[in-house]
Design a protein around this ligand. Structure first.
Ligand code: IMP
Ligand code: MG
Length: 201
């Protein structure tokens, strides 16, 4: 692969941060552009930097949806961070969670006495996160807070203390920036709504 460090015109359509999002046909509407997301991530990182000044934070990302926000948030922070990932599966239908959670992949290291910041893509009913917070607290960390890119206030079934929220959105199914429909569309740099016919196929 040819390296392009420094010099040379960028290849068209291949820069990591596009000025205008390329929107696939299956997308009905862009709800939050990549520019808006990046601006918000920078804002949240500044708040976290200030709140955790002088401390190290352990970012715990919930796979797979949180990969994009984890990667961008970690790079925007200036405080020292380490990263862990957990994968959980919620029993229930494919579109709504029950709050009964199974651990598919646990943390690799202990979190005792560490400052844990759980990083989530979206808080829908809040049931998964509610379980996760109880689980995390039982491990004896110094503190536990939550950072979520998206929250759907109308869908909330439990009241959760979420310290950092990117955007409150209506209770609609969204894809992109980590969020999937049937494992697709996670790679989109923006958050959007799918056309209804995509669900029908
Ligand atoms: P909760 O337990 O109802 O809060 O469900 C949270 C999980 O459901 C998220 O971490 C996502 O994996 C998934 N989810 C909720 N809403 C959406 C959505 O709009 N698009 C894609 N996945 C979603
Ligand atoms: Mg998730």
């Amino acid at each position: 692969m040819a390296g392009r460090a420094g010099g040379g015109a960028p290849r068209r359509g291949r820069s990591l941060q596009r000025v205008t999002d390329r929107v696939p046909d299956e997308i009905e509407k862009v709800l939050i552009s990549s520019e808006e997301i990046q601006g918000k991530v920078a804002e949240m990182a500044a708040a976290i930097d200030a709140d955790y000044a002088g401390r190290e934070v352990l970012l715990v990302g919930v796979l797979k949806g949180a990969v994009m926000i984890m990667a961008d948030l970690a790079r925007a922070l200036t405080i020292p961070v380490s990263m862990e990932f957990m994968a959980v599966s919620s029993y229930g239908s494919s579109t709504s969670s029950s709050g009964v959670v199974r651990i598919l992949k646990d943390l690799d290291r202990e979190v005792a006495d560490r400052h844990v910041l759980v990083v989530e893509d979206v808080i829908d009913s809040g049931l998964t996160l509610s379980w996760l917070l109880r689980n995390m607290k039982s491990r004896g960390p110094a503190s536990v807070e939550v950072c979520a890119l998206l929250r759907k206030p109308e869908a909330a079934k439990v009241d959760l203390p979420v310290r950092y929220v990117g955007f409150d959105i209506p209770s609609e199914f969204v894809v992109g920036y980590g969020l999937d429909y049937a494992e697709r569309y996670r790679e989109l740099p923006f958050v959007g709504l799918l056309k209804p016919e995509v669900y029908a196929t």
